[in-house]
Design a binder for this molecule. Structure first.
Ligand code: SF4
Length: 287
């Protein structure tokens, strides 16, 4: 019997941008085999066609764009999967202004990203945090953060569950961390989420709600130009490891990827990486 989701013609992918750099959008656009274009064109077998509602990539703007979000929040545009890129700022710290704005309310107040998350997350079949900012605050939440920025799971609560689509139970926030994560990793996760909603595959998440099959390789935050795997003579005994697919998958189609090309591993896939791991990536004068 064909499942309900796989028999659907299309699923909306509603993308919100919080406090971040839009690098996750660029990473997503870089994915190939399949790319987001393949999903939009409905070229991936058994996966519904994606209708992308993205603030930077939409052909509509202003009220015409916001109408999509209003319809989704009111239950008139479904099914949809919500993706957040960037952290969520604590708007109560913004004084008379706001840290984010995506529209204006009837009384002239800014409609913030947090406002949209509040309205859209409960209606979504699944909620995905792309990048470390959306997953756990990332750089905007680093020590000294004046905006109170936090990740989506912290904002919605560890117990949050999406509608879960046509499966019997909802899903927690699915984290695809990295600064930025690989676009291919995100697209692969998205496809798994679709197939899971259709009850075709399990969705195996680790304790940090990352796709376990992607984030299962341990690597070391290291200064630049340390060979990967780590060179003989570099003492790793007291160094923490982080979980990341990039040393195995490369950045794109098995090319590139941080320490593989002489750069640092800054541990960007882990919670609090800016405070906990960046210092480990400082150049070592011995190398
Ligand atoms: S190798 Fe290190 S810096 Fe590169 S994506 Fe993975 S955790 Fe982040």
């Amino acid at each position: 019997m064909q499942s309900e989701v796989s028999s659907l013609e299309a699923v909306y992918l509603i993308w919100l941008s919080g406090a971040g750099c839009d690098g996750c959008t660029m990473a997503m656009l870089g994915s190939s085999e399949p790319g987001i274009e393949d999903l939009i064109l409905g070229n991936v077998p058994d996966v519904p066609r994606v209708i992308l509602v993205h603030p930077d990539l939409a052909t509509e703007s202003g009220d015409a764009f916001l109408a999509n979000l209003e319809q989704a929040a009111d239950g008139r545009l479904s099914p949809f999967v919500l993706v957040l890129e960037g952290a969520i700022a604590d708007e109560s710290r913004a004084g008379q202004g706001s840290f984010s704005r995506l529209g204006t309310s009837a009384d002239g107040r800014p409609v913030t990203v947090a406002d949209w998350v509040n309205r859209l997350a409960p209606q979504a079949e699944a909620v995905i945090a792309i990048g470390s900012c959306a997953s756990w605050g990332g750089i905007p939440a680093a020590d000294g953060n004046p905006t109170g920025a936090k990740g989506l799971e912290d904002y919605l609560g560890r117990d949050f569950r999406s509608r879960g689509g046509f499966s019997s139970s909802g899903l927690p926030v699915v984290n695809v961390p990295g600064c930025a994560p690989t676009g291919e990793g995100f697209i692969e996760t998205l496809i798994y989420v679709f197939l899971h909603l259709a009850q075709l595959v399990p969705l195996d998440l680790d304790e940090e709600r990352r796709p376990r099959w992607l984030y299962n390789h341990e690597t070391y935050p290291l200064p630049p130009r340390v060979e990967y795997p780590p060179a003989v003579g570099f003492d790793l005994s007291n160094r923490p490891t982080v979980k990341c697919p990039v040393p195995v998958t490369g950045w794109l189609r098995n090319f590139g990827g941080c320490a593989r090309v002489g750069g640092s591993c800054i541990g960007c896939t882990e919670r609090d990486f800016a405070d906990s791991y960046l210092a480990l990536a400082r150049p070592d004068p011995a190398f």
